[in-house]
Every structure is written in structure tokens, then in C-alpha cells.
Design a protein. Structure first.
Length: 500
């Protein structure tokens, strides 16, 4: 049994801004369950064997934001004097689990409403460096058992730049626990003016080009990349991509230098929340064996979105942030061609205001072809995954991605660009893969409207071949995207560090 301190700036359902929260809310629970008995996968209806004799002893630590949604009232456990500040630690649990969550409670930094990272105008909070430096100091104190919690971890697992100083600070300690640092998105690095380093009162030994210094600036993420015992990211392909200038954002050289300790482990998905056999958000539940029951969901989606009801017209779903990273510009470039085709598009998302306006204009001009909902609606998201035939996800880059996993589980065939986690989770529907029963989606290489349009045409042709289409759907629905699978890979990584 391993003792693991999971350091994160957010965790679902306590607070969420992105995919990190999904990981932090699911992976610790999956690790805690490993070895506690067989788990039934509703998709394949098979029983998996326990991986260990005991579940892992995992504790999560994160800031105590004002907007955290508590299922149980946290209790005070101690106060630490850190960097001339008195900081409380509160204790609660991740909802629906036995995983203990420690909340770093310092009101001047964390006790005000809103996003953990940016204000209402999308600008980083003025004291964001101070906030997460203090958080990292507290996590270090807990890791070294100086919070007097009578618990010392074997592994400290840090996530993204907000926790990047923890491996750096632990590198200065005697008999420190081993460290893992997971990159969820290299585009966000926590880089600040060099003067901030002194203002944060950080140890001078860390300020050099091979440490936290980055071209005269302070880089939080470098703390994780330089000082961790192992570096992971959220898909094998993304682990390779971030070693290139296109995806490394200036740190590709460092990542290439440390490639021997860098690996990619796919995120899992919540199999209980996203399960077509029991989903309460959809009108008709179904499995891979009863996939004909998917059709009523298509009819209901067409009716809800005021589109003509026609089971023979392919419905394309798209749930996304409306930003260039997600390839929305490629979709926009294709729309003049697509509106001439016998198809329908249902879009749910928000983001760039100019993109929002463009997609709404298309929906206004072609109300029988395109339906757009700006914002996010959890129920509608489930109904799109269940009711659409095809899911569009043409991201320019995608560290892991979840919607392509949801789509496969719901028998909704994803069209993806071959990048990051999209490349690792989709088997392209080519003649040999369809014949072998391994095809689960459609992928294309170039980030261009022409390449996306060709992929859409391929999907339309396959959709007309009902036998081949059904085979692809059933292959997709049987894929294993469980967190248990991912947790086993992390546990093997922890074991490798311990045995080194």
C-alpha cells in the first residue's frame, strides 16, 4: 500500500474550471479503490480482478476557495506558521468517497468569490503568484509531516504549474518523499517577472537557469519539470508532442533532456456519470447489445433543437469551448459546404464572442440544418452524446480530451484530428480496421478545413453502410476508458519510483 499526497489547485465536484478538476476528482478515488474487490464494467459486463491486496492511502490537498461546494462541513485540524503567515488546514472528504481532502485555508488569498485563477475580465488575479507559492509551501510542510498530522507520504503527486514549486522545495529537504509531476496543458506555465522570486522569499538555491529561472523570469512549471522524479502527461502522444517547438512552448528542450523519465498516461472517464445504460439525462437507455434503443434519443434531440425529425439524416454533435485550439475555425470554414449536404449540426459551447456570433448567424440562416446553444447545459450535453450519430472534435491540440471518450461510450462516432489524446483513443475507420472490428472513429492529420471536410465525407459514406456503421458503434462502446485502468498505470509508476 502506498501513501500518496495528491497536490492540485482544483478537484471536481468541489470546484472545477477544466480537465484537471476531473482528474483530481476521479484518480484519487480510483487509487483508493484499487485492491478493494472486483469492479464490474457495465459496458462489457465483465469482472476485473483487484490489482493489490489493499487500497492506496491517498490524501488530496488544495486551496480552500470561497466557492468550494462542500458536501460535508470541513473541520479545523491545525495552524501552521509559514512565511510569516498563520495558515489553517481544514479536513473534509471528496464527495462519495473515503478520500481525505485537506484544504489550505488562508482568507487574504483564497476567501473571495470567482474563478481560482482569473477575475471577471479574464485577467490573472493580481496576487496569483503569492497565492500558489503559499499553497506549495503548505503542501511541502504536509509532505514532510511538519503539520503534525501523523502521516508521511511515500509519493507526492503534483499537477500543473500551480503546484510546480513543491518538487523544487522538496529537493532541498533531507529524506523527502518521491515526486511525480503531471502536465495537463503545457500552454499554461505560471511565468512571472523575475522580481517576484525575491518577493516570494523563495530559497536562493533554486534561482538559476537550471532551476526556476526562465530567461530572467520565474517559472513555476519548471519546478515540476526540473526537480520531479517522474514527469507524466495525460496521453502518450502528447508526451511526444511537448518535446517539439509546436507544443513545448519554449520548454521542449528541457522536456527532451528529461525524456527518460517522461511518460504519458491517458486520463480515464467517469463511467457512472457517462453511461448510456443508466443515464438519467436521456430519454432511452441502451447498451452495445441494445443499440437500436439509441434512435429515440436522436428523435428527442431533433425535436428539442427544432430540427426536422429524420432518422436517415446524420446528426453531427459538437460540444466545445469556441476557441481556435478546439478547431472551431476549421468547422466554420466547412459550414458553407456542409449546409448544402443532407445533414444536421447541433452545437453547444461558448468562448470567443466573434465565433459565437458567426455560429449563431449560420443557425439563423439555416434553421433546418444548424442548432446552436451558447453556454453549457449538462443535460443537453448528455442528450447530444446520446442523440447524435457523429461527434466533431477537430482540435489543433488536445492533451487528452474527454468528449471523444464519451462519444465512443455512447456509440456516437467521433471525428478527430490525429493529435494528443485524440490520436491515442481513436482507431481510424479504415477497411482493415473495420474488418478486424477495431475501428472506433474517424481521424485526419492536417489542421485544415479541407482535411476536416474529407473526414466528414468519409463519415457520411460510412453512415449509409448500416452494417459497417453498427460494427464501428459496437467496437467503440466496448472500449475501456475506466479510471481503474489509468490508476493501475500510475500505481506501477509509483512502484517503479519506490523500487529505484
Amino acid at each position: 500500500m502506498k501513501k500518496i499526497l495528491f497536490v492540485t489547485s482544483e478537484a471536481h465536484p468541489l470546484i472545477k474550471t477544466g480537465g484537471l478538476a476531473d482528474v483530481a476528482g476521479s484518480l484519487p478515488k480510483a487509487l483508493a479503490k484499487l485492491g478493494q474487490g472486483p469492479i464490474i464494467d457495465a459496458t462489457t459486463e465483465t469482472e476485473s480482478e483487484p490489482a493489490t491486496e489493499h487500497g492506496q492511502d491517498i490524501r488530496l490537498i488544495m486551496p480552500n476557495y470561497q466557492d468550494i461546494q462542500h458536501v460535508e462541513k470541513p473541520r479545523y485540524i491545525c495552524t501552521l506558521r509559514v512565511d510569516n503567515r498563520d495558515v489553517n488546514i481544514l479536513e473534509t472528504h471528496l464527495p462519495d468517497s473515503d478520500v481525505i481532502a485537506w484544504l489550505v485555508d488562508y482568507r487574504p488569498f483564497f476567501d473571495y468569490p470567482g474563478n481560482p485563477y482569473v477575475d471577471d475580465h479574464g485577467n490573472p488575479w493580481h496576487n496569483i503568484a503569492e497565492r500558489f507559492a503559499l499553497f506549495c509551501r503548505l503542501a511541502t510542510e504536509v509532505a514532510m509531516n511538519r503539520a503534525h498530522l501523523d502521516w508521511t507520504p511515500d509519493i507526492v503527486h503534483c499537477n500543473d504549474w500551480q503546484s510546480g514549486l513543491v518538487p523544487a522545495l522538496l529537493s532541498l529537504e533531507s529524506k523527502a518523499p518521491a515526486t511525480v509531476f503531471t502536465i495537463h496543458n503545457m500552454a499554461y506555465q505560471g511565468v512571472f517577472p523575475g522580481a517576484i522570486f525575491s518577493a516570494l522569499n523563495l530559497p536562493g538555491q533554486l534561482w538559476h537557469p537550471d532551476g526556476l529561472e526562465y530567461h530572467g523570469m520565474l517559472s513555476f512549471i519548471k519546478g515540476g519539470l526540473v526537480y520531479s522524479d517522474r514527469i507524466t502527461t495525460v496521453s502518450p502522444t502528447y508526451a511526444q508532442e511537448i518535446q517539439t517547438p509546436e507544443f513545448g512552448y519554449g520548454l521542449e528542450g528541457l522536456l527532451s533532456h528529461r525524456h527518460t523519465i517522461l511518460s504519458g498516461i491517458l486520463n480515464g472517464m467517469d463511467l457512472e456519470q457517462w453511461d448510456p445504460s443508466s443515464d438519467e439525462h436521456i430519454v432511452s437507455n441502451y447498451t452495445a447489445r441494445t443499440i437500436k434503443q439509441k434512435l429515440p434519443n436522436k428523435t428527442a434531440l431533433q425535436q428539442r433543437m427544432s430540427l426536422p425529425v429524420d432518422e436517415n439524416i446524420p446528426v453531427f454533435g459538437l460540444i466545445s469551448r469556441l476557441v481556435e485550439q478546439k478547431g472551431i475555425d476549421l468547422v466554420l470554414a466547412c459550414l458553407p459546404h456542409l449546409v448544402k449536404q443532407p445533414l444536421q449540426i447541433v452545437l453547444l459551447g461558448s468562448g470567443d464572442k466573434s465565433i459565437e456570433l458567426k455560429v449563431k448567424n449560420f443557425a439563423h440562416l439555416y434553421p433546418d440544418k444548424i442548432a446552436v446553444t451558447i453556454g453549457y447545459d449538462e443535460q443537453l450535453a448528455h442528450q447530444i452524446e446520446a442523440g447524435a450519430d457523429i461527434f466533431l472534435m477537430p482540435s489543433r491540440f488536445e492533451p487528452c480530451g474527454l468528449n471523444q471518450m464519451y462519444s465512443q461510450r455512447y456509440g456516437t462516432i467521433p471525428i478527430v484530428r490525429k493529435t494528443g489524446g485524440l490520436a491515442d483513443t481513436i482507431e481510424d475507420a479504415l477497411p482493415h480496421s473495420i474488418a478486424a472490428g477495431s475501428a472506433t472513429g474517424i481521424s485526419f492529420n492536417d489542421a485544415s478545413a479541407g482535411a476536416l471536410l474529407e473526414a466528414i465525407k468519409r463519415a457520411q459514406i460510412l453512415f449509409e453502410n448500416k452494417q459497417a456503421w453498427r460494427k464501428i458503434q459496437q467496437s467503440a462502446m466496448k472500449k475501456d476508458f475506466s479510471w481503474e485502468n489509468s490508476a493501475n498505470q500510475y500505481l506501477a509508476l509509483y512502484d517503479a519510483i519506490s523500487d529505484a
